[in-house]
Each structure stands twice: as structure tokens, then as C-alpha cells.
Design a protein around this ligand. Structure first.
Ligand code: DPM
Length: 331
């Protein structure tokens, strides 16, 4: 243990317990997401001792630069992984869509929790309430820094204009409401719901309008790969269907060599959930059961993603992605 930061606490009865430290970004959304995972862990392991450690990341410090322009693959994850590596924290909660499809050696995803609504949502300027993307007037400006959202929506709604908007969710809603720069902004429905702002959603974008980002709406817990005890402890958090869909989606993006700076979108559905088996997880709390996704189903999901990527590459996806990257670099 290089830095010897593992923490223990001595209980009244003389027993010693380990403290598990959870790293999180400091934004309100990140805190809410981390708290929700901590609450689930406390429900499953009532005696667990957790400590939440807030940290700033490159993505948080560059609030004015479009995500796709910062050019750093692991915008929101690098500092948190450094903290994992140095044993400053033991687990890190992320939005899965912010986690690169290939993690640095030594790190792994211990759990992917049940996905929320993965779709994108339209939030209108108060003066436009009652309208939709379709009925907003010609040349209305829509705020989003996501190339994926802008690329799809430009094609579907050619009468609209798209401009970058940065900052955390609180900042963006303020920019929308208090200025006259944007007619509407596009955000993930999941983030809005977690913040308690569901009432601001005026339209959920269906796949025909705009497909979502790989992993959108799902939370993931990242840990040190060597911590097999923590991996086992966290496996109860996994949601089988979400795990399989996200394996397929991430394999697809990995094979396309896409990232934050290319407009790649997906839509996945589980046709049946037969591939899961109920198993007992041998963990501290007796009687905890979970669905474990068997290795064969995981392999199938991975292959599905890769096959789809290959199909698209054979139809010219590589050229489209290269052009999109060059266009982005020139912005
Ligand atoms: C990534 C993108 C965005 C985030 C790009 C994309 C949106 C950037 C923007 C990879 N990460 O989606 O095409 O709008 O300028 C992010 C959000 C959430 C996780 C916020 C959002 C919450 C939803 C979730 C930012 N990361 O997309 O509205 O947990 O999936």
C-alpha cells in the first residue's frame, strides 16, 4: 500500500472496521449521483462505513470550453483515477457516458446500476413554453455543446441553429432562463430528473429525432482492478439488462474509435432478459441476491457492438468520423 491511506475505525466494542471512501466530482449532479450509490450501499450493507470525498476535474475547471474542444479523453475521470491509484479513495461514481471505453490499466468498472431514461430532453426558454423543436420559429438558437446532438438535430430540424453552451446544469439553466441567447437547450433527461428538474422537460427526444450517447443515463462505479473484495461487494449493484446494453454500446464505440469529440449515437433495447441467472452473492449480508450476467451473454453483447461497428465501417463510417474530427479541430 504505497501511500498507506487505507482508513480504519475502531468501534465501541473494540472491533475494527474499514472505511470505504467514495470519490466524486463536486458538481451538484455528481454529488446527487454519488449519494444515491452510497444510499444503495448502506441499504445493502447496513454496517458499511462510507466517506464521500469531493474533487475537481479538468472538465470542471474548463467550464467555458466546449467539451469536444478540450481534447482530453478522460476529462472528468483522470483526477479521480489518480485518487484511486494513490488510495485516497476506494471507489468512484461516474456517469457511464463520461467514462472512456478503454480504462487505463489497473482500473475496472465494478458495477453499472439500473439505467434511467437514456434519452435527451428539450428544455425551453420560459417564453417558448408550449412549443416544440418542430414549432420553434425559423433560426431559433438551440444550446448544446454535444456534437452528437447538434449533428442529428440539424438534420432533423433544418430551420434551427445550434450554438455551444457550457457549464454545469445549474449554470446552463440560468443562462437559458436569464438571458435571451437560447430558445431552448438540450440535456440528458436522466440528469434533469436526478436534479429534481423533471418539470422543465417539455419534450423527450425519441430515436427518430435524436439517439442518445453510449452509456447515457447509467451510473458506473470504478475501482482498482486488484481490489477483488470491493469488486465482489459492489457486484450486487449491477443491473443485468443495463450491463448488457452498455457492454454492447461501449464495444460499438470502442471499435469505431469514437470518443467525446465524435458524433456517435446509439439506441439499444433488450429483447428478452432470459440470459440472466439468479445467484447468491457471498457477501457480508446474508440473503442478498442479485442477478449476475453470465459470461456468455456478456460476450454476445460485446460481439453485437463490434459487429455493428464493423457494418458501419464497411459503409464509410471511418471517413465520416475523420471528417467530423477535422471539422471539430477547426472550430
Ligand atoms: C458527454 C457529453 C455530454 C456530457 C456528450 C454527448 C453533454 C455535453 C453537452 C460525453 N458527457 O452527450 O453527446 O451537453 O455540452 C454529461 C451529462 C450527464 C453525464 C449532462 C447531459 C448526465 C446524464 C447521464 C455531460 N455527462 O448530457 O445533459 O448520467 O448520462
Amino acid at each position: 500500500m504505497e501511500e498507506g491511506l487505507l482508513k480504519y475505525i475502531r468501534n465501541g466494542d473494540g472491533k475494527v472496521s474499514r472505511i470505504f471512501r467514495i470519490g466524486t466530482r463536486k458538481s451538484q449532479l455528481a454529488r446527487i449521483q454519488t449519494d444515491s450509490v452510497a444510499d444503495k450501499l448502506k441499504e445493502l450493507y447496513p454496517d458499511i462505513i462510507l466517506e464521500i470525498v469531493g474533487m475537481s476535474t479538468i472538465g470542471d475547471k474548463n467550464l467555458d470550453t466546449a467539451l469536444s474542444k478540450i481534447g482530453e479523453k478522460s476529462l472528468f475521470t483522470k483526477e479521480l483515477e489518480n485518487a484511486l491509484e494513490k488510495n485516497i479513495v476506494d471507489l468512484v461514481v461516474h456517469s457511464l457516458k463520461d467514462l472512456p471505453t478503454t480504462l487505463p490499466p489497473g482500473f475496472t468498472i465494478a458495477a453499472v446500476l439500473k439505467r434511467e431514461n437514456p434519452h435527451d430532453a428539450v428544455v425551453l426558454h420560459p417564453k417558448n413554453v408550449g412549443k416544440s423543436l418542430e414549432t420553434l420559429s425559423e433560426n431559433s438558437v438551440i444550446g448544446t455543446s454535444s456534437l452528437r446532438r447538434a449533428a442529428q438535430l440539424k438534420k432533423r430540424f433544418p430551420h434551427l441553429e445550434f450554438k455551444d453552451i457550457r457549464g454545469n446544469l445549474n449554470t446552463r439553466l440560468k443562462k437559458l432562463d436569464e438571458k435571451d441567447d437560447f430558445a431552448a437547450i438540450i440535456l440528458a433527461a436522466a440528469g434533469l430528473r436526478r436534479m429534481g428538474w423533471e418539470n422543465r422537460i417539455s419534450q423527450i427526444l425519441e430515436p427518430n429525432d435524436c439517439m442518445y450517447a453510449v452509456g447515457q443515463g447509467a451510473l458506473a462505479v470504478e475501482v482498482r482492478a486488484r481490489d477483488t473484495d470491493i469488486l465482489e461487494m459492489l457486484s450486487v449493484l449491477n443491473d443485468g439488462d443495463t450491463v448488457l446494453r452498455c457492454i454492447a454500446e461501449r464495444a460499438f464505440l470502442r471499435h469505431l474509435e469514437g470518443g467525446c469529440s465524435v458524433p456517435v449515437a446509439v439506441h439499444t433495447e433488450m429483447k428478452n432478459s432470459q440470459c440472466q441467472e439468479e445467484v447468491d452473492v457471498p457477501c457480508q449480508r446474508v440473503g442478498v441476491t442479485t442477478v449476475k450476467v453470465d459470461g456468455e451473454s456478456q460476450d454476445k453483447a460485446e460481439r453485437l457492438g463490434i459487429d455493428l461497428a464493423k457494418l458501419l465501417l464497411s459503409k464509410g463510417a471511418k471517413e465520416i468520423l475523420t471528417a467530423a474530427r477535422q471539422q471539430n479541430d477547426a472550430r
